[in-house]
Design a protein around this ligand. Structure first.
Ligand code: FES
Length: 355
């Protein structure tokens, strides 16, 4: 039996025994999961309530990465995997994973890597790097959590570069809970990998962390994923290439839990037409294109943010046509006559939008 499997089974049994003993003593959860004082997800619900936060410190946890401590009053509690929206001075809205301490009710911590426009950046990270200094007040929304850490006696984490930010609080929580965990942490070079020293220290006792710096050892060997028991959750966050590689390396029928930072890929789509009623124009949406991408060419000022169907910014009124809703955000009532055009599509040949 592979070493990880053995270790995970032993640790799992030990943890279950500890949990059984503890359940007779207290109703406390495995690790603190404070009640939220407002809903954590949903367009038009609590998560979109804006609040002010002050940048009180700024650090550099790796080359090209800025870390911000954002202090505010009555900040909602959060759990590992959560992110917040930052409303940047220009009005751009960007999502950043919380990577600080969930037990600290006075501040959120986020980190962002500078991504140049020519490398896929859309201006948000540059604004964070150039304009968010100590003393700047910023509007935030959230937190929301689409990447929650489930209760388990063992975990596998695979993170690439800035994708470590949602994973870091998960590692701390897993370690605090006495769970067996393993991390493969990849990056272009050690200097570009945020929080590397803390993570190596955290994983040193059990040899839990494998660092794969591409300039030293090339791409990660993910073959071990085929031996991970199906009940062990595998979390992955990082570049699309890494997440695709992790998905491929998993045993058949077992999916990793992932959070993407880029726009959701359009899969299983067919082409259709979208009429923009107020503009008097019609656009063709290709099978592999989002409505947002097609319409944006005609309506450049269109509002959008996450491009993954969870912020609600791109919601548009639908006047005619059958909608193929692909988000998990809108309620049934909201779905009646509106859609999130970054992910949802047409179930037929034609939609009419109130644009
Ligand atoms: S852009 Fe966020 S839901 Fe569409």
């Amino acid at each position: 039996m592979p070493r990880f499997t053995t270790v995970a089974l032993v640790a799992g049994a030990a943890l279950l025994v500890r949990r059984a003993v503890r359940s007779r003593m207290t109703t406390a959860p495995l690790w603190p999961m404070p009640a939220l004082d407002e809903p954590v997800s949903g367009y038009g619900r609590g998560s979109t309530v804006p609040r002010k936060a002050l940048v009180t410190s700024r650090g550099a946890p790796a080359d090209g990465v800025v870390e911000l401590r954002l202090e505010g009053r009555a900040l909602p509690a959060w759990q590992p995997g959560a992110h917040i929206d930052l409303v940047l001075p220009s009005g751009l809205v960007r999502q950043y994973s919380l990577c600080g301490d969930p037990a600290d009710p006075t501040a959120y911590t986020v980190a962002t890597r500078l991504i140049e426009t020519g490398q896929g950046g859309r201006g948000g990270s540059r604004e964070v790097h150039e304009q968010l200094h100590e003393g700047v007040e910023i509007e935030i929304r959230g937190p929301r959590n689409r990447f929650p850490l489930v209760d388990s006696p063992a975990y596998v984490f695979v993170a690439g570069g800035i994708g470590i930010t949602p994973v870091l609080p998960m590692l701390r929580a897993a370690e605090a809970a006495g769970a067996d965990w393993r991390l493969v942490y990849c990056g272009r070079s050690r200097a570009t990998m945020p929080y590397l020293a803390e993570i190596e220290a955290l994983g040193r006792p059990g040899g839990r962390v494998t660092v794969v710096a591409e300039d030293e050892s090339g791409r990660p060997d993910l073959g071990f994923l085929a031996d991970v028991p199906a009940w062990t959750p595998v979390y992955c966050c990082g570049p699309d290439g890494l997440m695709d590689a992790v998905t491929e390396a998993m045993p058949e029928g077992v999916a990793p839990r992932m959070e993407r930072f880029s726009a959701a890929a359009t899969t299983g789509g067919t082409a259709f037409e979208v009429e923009l009623r107020r503009s008097g124009r019609t656009v063709r949406v290709a099978a592999d294109q989002s409505v947002l991408a097609a319409v944006h060419e005609e309506v450049p000022g269109l509002m959008y943010s996450c491009r993954q169907g969870f912020c609600g910014t791109c919601r548009q009124r639908v006047l005619e046509g059958e909608i193929d809703h692909r988000d998990e955000l809108l309620t049934d009532a909201e779905r009646d006559g509106s859609m999130l055009i970054c992910v949802s599509r047409c179930a037929g040949k034609r939609l009419v939008l109130d644009l």
